[in-house]
Design a protein around this ligand. Structure first.
Ligand code: SAM
Length: 225
């Protein structure tokens, strides 16, 4: 079974992530990355989520090209973003930017249901097929502009945006549950991007925090419609 392949490399990748966590923002620094997140990452065969020619590099702590000018994110950043939204077993989570499907696979065992949106049809279809083959059965992928979220399944307890937006998309703030958390890289192309944590409090008020500089491909779409 794919989940059993290259286990030693995956274990080494997790050790690398743990050693990076010391340089992470204070939100994570205190306890490090949640062991449940690391366990989830230990169970996802990342080499199945990268193109054939990238398989050798699949367990290095680096982003890798996945075609169409897009990337699978660096494992440490996946761990950090997953940790930051504090997913619980009953939660419904939204991901914007399915890409390879890797982040969705990591979220899968932590949440009740994962919805993921990809704007490039070929990537979305490929990820959906891969996730089904690997039996990540609680993940649903659709091809659409994720700037607008997925209103039919809102509200979401957690939202992960894996492409850099010029601003925090208001429809996603709208679709965040009370007590929910969203991580989103914000910044224009060729500018510094900051990973931001958005929280919707129980009373509905919004707080935002800038966490650390990151480098993501741009969020497309978001046109008025
Ligand atoms: N999370 C992905 C993974 O685990 O492989 C990596 C995502 S990659 C850094 C960003 C993805 O966001 C790309 O596949 C890109 O096509 C997609 N994207 C960009 N703008 C989008 C939008 N408006 N809605 C949905 N997906 C979008």
């Amino acid at each position: 079974a794919p989940a059993q392949d290259r286990l030693a490399e995956r274990a080494a990748m997790i050790e690398t992530i743990k050693s990076h966590a010391g340089s992470a923002p204070s939100a994570v620094e205190a306890q490090g990355i949640d062991p449940a997140v690391l366990k989830a990452m230990g169970n996802v065969p990342r080499h199945f989520f990268v193109p054939e020619e990238q398989r050798g590099a699949a367990y290095r702590d680096r982003p890798l090209p996945i075609g169409f000018g897009q990337t699978i994110s660096q494992p440490f950043i996946v761990a950090l973003m997953t940790d930051l939204i504090k997913v619980g077993p009953g939660d419904t989570v939204l991901e914007v930017g399915t890409g390879s499907g890797y982040q969705a696979a990591v979220l899968s065992p932590l949440a009740a249901k994962v919805y993921s949106i990809e704007i490039i049809p070929e990537l979305g279809q490929r990820a959906a097929t891969r996730l089904a083959e690997l039996r990540f059965d609680n993940v649903e992928v659709k091809v659409d502009d994720g700037y607008y979220g997925w209103p039919a399944h809102a509200p979401f307890d957690g939202i992960v945006v894996t492409a850099a937006a010029s601003h925090i998309p208001p429809p996603l703030v709208e679709q965040l549950a009370k007590g929910g958390r969203m991580v989103v890289p914000v910044g224009g192309p060729f500018a510094i991007q900051l990973l931001m944590l958005v929280e919707k409090r129980r009373d509905g008020s919004i707080t935002t925090r800038q966490l650390l500089p990151v480098s993501f491909v741009p969020l497309r779409g978001g046109r008025v419609r």
